[in-house]
Design a protein around this ligand. Structure first.
Ligand SMILES: Cc1cc2nc3c(=O)[nH]c(=O)nc-3n(C[C@H](O)[C@H](O)[C@H](O)COP(=O)(O)O)c2cc1C
Length: 222
């Protein structure tokens, strides 16, 4: 663990410039790059080293089509929640997935039973299994960036739909759908920020010192 400046800058560049992408080119993905990305996921930290993930690689057009239909059903159902604020048309105009176009979609799952009844650490906070999978997803996102491949995280779906389409057993959580592909639109800001839907929070407003109610940094104060 002794990075030179170029290596350190490369890590921060990937962290800051990585984007969620929903538009993909049909260009095929190289097998070795996909393997690197999946291995980056597999090398994520996990509670009690339980490694609760599996990766379902979806390339068949018919299966992609079914996943896209499930996501679209959910997107339209969710629009109603924004109707009261008059934001439903704006919401429906935002592209929230690229499941049909992306050459590869990976369904990453969480197996809460992996590691037995008493996984070290998970006894206290059960959701640490899914948190471990979130770490794997972020690793894959950064690895994809390093490989020049775009990734999109899709969570617009009912888990029961994805479970049925991909034949996932009932005890396994269908945690995320991740689309991968090359793109010619890699924005320098989050797409939701560009479209005026949401803004990045001011970092300083999120800092607390020694106690939730202390937002001013004073040495030795609580
Ligand atoms: C848990 C999670 C679920 C997400 N689900 C979706 C989704 O269903 N559709 C989508 O377009 N983006 C989804 N995103 C991407 C976010 O919209 C995106 O990360 C956020 O707008 C910030 O943009 P950036 O990732 O480009 O920095 C998801 C991200 C996370 C972390």
């Amino acid at each position: 663990m002794n990075f030179n400046d170029i290596q350190r800058d490369a890590v921060y560049e990937a962290i800051h410039n990585r984007r969620d992408i929903r538009k993909f080119l049909p260009t095929p993905l190289e097998e070795d790059k996909i393997r690197n990305i999946l291995l980056a996921g597999h090398h994520a930290p996990s509670v009690g080293f339980m490694q609760p993930w599996d990766f379902i690689l979806v390339t068949a057009p018919e299966v992609k089509h079914q996943l896209a239909e499930a996501a679209d059903k959910e997107r339209r159902a969710l629009a109603i929640h924004f109707a009261a604020e008059g934001r439903d048309d704006k919401f429906l105009a935002i592209k929230v997935e690229g499941l049909r176009e992306a050459p590869l979609t990976v369904c990453i799952t969480t197996d809460p039973t992996r590691g037995g009844d008493h996984v070290l650490g998970r006894n206290s906070i059960p959701e640490t299994d899914i948190l471990s999978v979130a770490c794997a997803i972020q690793n894959m996102w950064l690895a994809a960036y390093a490989e020049g491949i775009a990734m999109g995280w899709v969570s617009f779906y009912k888990k029961s739909d994805v479970r049925r389409i991909l034949n996932i057993p009932p005890h396994i959580d269908a945690t995320a759908l991740l689309s991968f592909g090359y793109t010619d639109e890699y924005p320098d800001q989050p797409i939701l920020e560009k479209s005026g839907w949401a803004k990045r929070q001011t970092f300083e407003n999120l800092l607390h010192f020694n106690s939730w109610d202390n937002k001013e940094k004073k040495e030795g104060s609580r």
